[in-house]
Design a protein around this ligand. Structure first.
Ligand code: CMP
Length: 146
């Protein structure tokens, strides 16, 4: 099943110069980037993205962190893209993430865990709609698609 997945590269990864390193992993996996931009997120967007966590004790530090610098937001497309990205990202806590995953390789703490991705096809759509208009999503064909 061809799916679209929403990904955010978090401010600490941008500040550490890891944009290319991270995007390369999604590209090499065979996922097609169909939307991508660097933004300074608005507080309203951060609250919408993390609405399900608004009653958690870590909520305010999570919001402060994603507003602490620019982020990359992107949509990737491919077979089973939602799970493919979650596997590449690794467990939420970098200390528990597989050593070969993005969080396992590049992260140390659960707040600064390098990347965010949606947990379902439905949530991916809800989340990318916070950041992208429909016309910002580009349909094109790669020479070799999975
Ligand atoms: P993310 O995939 O962006 O989705 C929600 C984020 O909340 C998660 O990554 C972590 O950065 C953060 N988070 C989840 N659980 C905790 C926790 N127990 N303490 C601090 N931050 C957390």
């Amino acid at each position: 099943m061809i799916e679209n997945q929403f990904i955010m590269i978090k401010p600490n990864a941008i500040k550490r110069g890891l944009i290319g390193n991270i995007i390369e992993k999604y590209e090499k996996k065979g996922l097609k980037i169909i939307a991508l931009k660097l933004i300074q997120m608005k507080a309203s967007q951060a609250r919408a993205l993390y609405k399900e966590h608004e009653n958690k004790d870590f909520y305010q530090s999570l919001i402060d962190f994603v507003l602490s610098g620019p982020v990359i937001v992107m949509i990737v497309q491919g077979p089973n893209a939602v799970q493919a990205v979650r596997t590449l990202n690794g467990a939420t806590n970098p200390l528990e993430a597989d050593g070969g995953s993005i969080r396992g390789q590049l992260g140390l703490t659960i707040t600064k865990n390098i990347v965010h991705a949606s947990d379902s096809v439905e949530n991916a759509k809800k989340e990318w709609k916070i950041f992208f208009d429909d016309q910002e999503i580009i349909n094109y064909t790669l020479p070799y698609e999975n």
